[in-house]
Write a protein that binds this ligand. Sequence first.
Ligand code: 16G
Ligand code: MG
Length: 551
Amino acid sequence: MFDFNIVRKASSDYPKPADFHPSYGTAGFRSKATLLSSTVFRCGLLAASRAILLNSHTGLMITASHNPVDDNGVKMVDPNGGMMPQSFEAVATELANCEDDDAVVAVLRDRVFSPMSSGSPRSAAGGALTVLIGHDTRPSAPSLLAAALAGVRALAVHAHSYGCVTTPQLHFLVHSANQIPAAPLPQLQSYFDVIVGAFLELTKGGELEAAGAGSNSSLLVVDCANGVGAEQLGKLVPALESLGVEMQLRNTGRGGGQLNYQCGADFVQKDRLLPTEMNDVPVGSRCCSVDGDADRLVYFSPLKGGGISLLDGDKVAMLAAVYIRDVMELLPAELLHDIQVCCVQTAYANGAATAYLQNILRLPTVCTPTGVKYLHEAAHNADLGIYFESNGHGTVLFSKTFVERLKAMEDHPAAKELLLLSQLINQTVGDAISGILLIEFILRRKRWTLQDWQALYTDLPSRQLKLQVADRSSITTADAERVCITPAGIQDAITRVISGFTHGRAFVRPSGTEDAVRVYAEAEIQEQADELARLVARIVYDMAGGVGPRP
Ligand code: 16G
Ligand code: MG
């Protein structure tokens, strides 16, 4: 049983900096690392509290993903391996903002424990409950890890650090730790056993290896963003070799390169540029980029004369959807009875991708606000939910019902194949490692080059801009961020501008991860997309108190 006096005392080692007001954003807390000790300590308390209240293991990942190296952050993982429920975010923010140790104890006692436990928190079941912790490669990781450990232990809950692991690996481990009560905690190797194991099973037989010869280069060059992906991706080399794929890792952090600086999935997807240290990669090669914590993945190919041909999260979703549709067509009709397939996107999905889904694949689509937690939830409502953000976050979720049906028909080759896919694809959260294996498998299976994949549909030219305004919370949106509600009249102004562009579409939203308003525009040709984005940014600037030079 824990003692709030111990919590109070431990908290005094991690005072909150004055004038620091963190808030649990799209993917947890993020900020300059030097400000975060109190926040991470308190997240340790929160993760331990949830472990006690739910009588399960929970998780905590210390990372700021694709942000600059001096930032850091923390994401909370729930017992099912998913993100902490949104209903808990306000309490997390309140706890992180407590000005002193008494307030920390009060929030914990009255807001965290009381509402869920009717006043009597359960004890930590013999001390076996554990918060599983991982971190990325940032130099601030060790001190923030110490803060997290102190927070967890202050509530007499065990803490186990897996060291440098990817965010999806930590989610996977938390999920599997909760599968068998009282079992020892899973080793990191179990992640590879499941995911690589399914890949090897899917690709065995040599037929696929032959399929690749001639049609696709054996070389796959991976930009690791100088992040945590480098070490973990290295472990895939033998598996990919068995498929005839030679994986070369770049921006591994070992050559002194800076995390996410001119490299990584976010850089490649937003700036559409070749990552640093990759100028020697031959034109047309198959390349991909992951982000700093390896939960995003985009593919690309260097073009003659510079630039890249990008295959973003939308393209990954379409590749997965096409392939899954092919396999499902082979399944007996009774297995598919009442099975709902759905593809989840955000407003950032390219109009051509949505049209392809609706008109060619004829799949039901859902649009949610930006942020994995929204897409994940929507995908969970289907039996087979394919969700990807254009920025490369995403996965494919299989419902329990569907998996049970597939198991019951495991002798059918297509059922077996889908079952293996449900293991190859990380079911807890989008995962660049599992994504690379999935894509390499599908390309081989379909005998497609990157060019074949790219040719599924042609993206409408688009442009993203960001600008600062006096208070970005003055911008509010509705209809999955496709309509701007405030400031009053702004949507009318945006709609008027859009009407002057062929295939024009544009929206604005406040960023959930930085102090900025984002503008997205697409149109028939690039110059028009650029111009539309500029005009919309100007409307935001004029109506929402723009800061700095007018766009
Ligand atoms: C975070 C989100 C991502 C979202 C992005 C939007 C997670 C794990 N990550 O990276 O889903 O697309 O934020 O950033 O939820 P923005 O609000 O700054 O545009
Ligand atoms: Mg990330």
